[in-house]
Design a protein around this ligand. Structure first.
Ligand code: SF4
Length: 351
């Protein structure tokens, strides 16, 4: 009996927080951590029900679909601990230099066939400076934009100067993927060859250039729930338009290869917490969903997600796009989105 009373009070507190966000209010950092710390299955389902109401209220039944094309693979100078493409780790990930126009064009055709809103051109390197490589990247972006099959987005690492961001904008990049990865506190455990501040500076250059921001992170790297809460609030602060949530796929040969998997309910709860903190953003479930969520993948939408990365990821395989499209149809969700009608909430890639 006493337990019932306790459950009822948790239920009504979750409901109060959801209603406040529905009415245009915000959850505080303390309240958000309380949500992240919910443990019982019943409470997590209550939270997800609230997140689903928020998604429906702020995003309707539209689901953005994004894809990526890996334009330069492997041998990256950075040491991100989750990444198969780092030159610091011994993995079986492929390596190749910046690709020709044809594969990018083919990826755009495929994205268009699948109703994908945006195609992100992604490169595994530290970042871009002015010079011949930037010229080539801009050329590839321009070709994509002129092809009109899908919106050209990009994720090309750290940008050190405003001029580079401006050049990308001129070439046609509308949205740029640059994850904060985790909280500022946890970031040094993820990467030491560049800093969290360099990532923030890159985002600042992109925003000054008028490029929309796709920025999120990876969960399951050993971070705490407080780190996840702080990541969500940092993303709110930088004004991310799209927030990809990746779930670690521990790749053999990387420092995180033995990380234990997050339980599916913990993943769904995290998505639901992000929806309560970032009610108007596109929350996109990206890498690691097939491996970590298995048969519970369809529940990401009832947990508040409004966008999905489809097709294969940078170094790992996803389930076939047809299966994702069927899943959306079965849920009564609409994957068709006019990618030329760009709104404040934009999809992108998420390296
Ligand atoms: S995440 Fe990006 S910057 Fe980090 S090692 Fe991988 S490719 Fe390089």
């Amino acid at each position: 009996m006493i337990e019932d009373l306790v459950d009822a009070s948790i239920h009504s507190k979750i409901d109060d927080l959801t209603r406040r966000v529905l009415d245009g209010g915000e959850v505080t950092r303390e309240e958000a951590l309380w949500l992240f710390d919910l443990e019982s299955t019943a409470d997590i389902f209550d939270l997800m029900a609230g997140a689903n109401r928020l998604r429906e209220h702020f995003k309707g039944n539209k689901i953005h679909l994004c894809s990526i094309v890996n334009a330069k693979a492997g041998a990256c100078s950075e040491n991100c601990s989750f990444c198969a493409q780092s030159a610091f780790h011994q993995t079986s990930s492929p390596q190749y230099g910046f690709i020709d126009p044809e594969p990018v064009g083919e990826a755009a055709e495929e994205a268009n066939r699948n109703g994908v809103t945006a195609l992100g051109v992604v490169a595994a390197w530290r970042g871009l400076n002015e010079g011949p490589m930037l010229d080539e990247v801009c050329e590839r972006i321009r070709e994509l934009a002129q092809g009109g099959k899908t919106r050209p987005d990009a994720s090309l690492g750290i940008i050190k100067s405003q001029r580079v961001a401006d050049r990308l904008k001129e070439a046609g990049v509308e949205c740029y993927g640059h994850n904060l990865e985790s909280s500022k506190r946890f970031f040094p455990k993820v990467c030491t060859t560049h800093s969290y501040e360099e990532r923030l500076k890159t985002i600042s250059h992109l925003k000054n250039a008028g490029i929309k921001i796709c920025s999120g992170g990876i969960i399951g790297m050993g971070e705490t729930r407080e780190d996840r809460r702080d990541l969500a609030f940092a993303l709110k602060e930088i004004g991310a338009n799209v927030v990809p949530i990746n779930i670690l796929n521990p790749i053999k040969g990387t420092p995180f290869e033995n990380n234990p998997s997050l339980p599916p309910l913990e993943i769904l709860k995290t998505i639901a917490c992000f929806r309560h903190i970032l009610p108007r953003q596109e929350i996109m479930v990206a890498g690691g969903r097939t491996l970590n969520l298995r048969d519970m993948q369809c529940m990401v939408f009832t947990a508040g997600a409004s966008a999905l990365m489809v097709g294969n990821y940078l170094t790992t395989l996803n389930q076939p796009v047809e299966k994702d499209l069927q899943m959306l149809k079965d849920l009564g969700l609409d994957p068709n989105w006019d990618h030329h009608g760009f709104t404040d909430q934009s999809p992108s890639c998420g390296a």
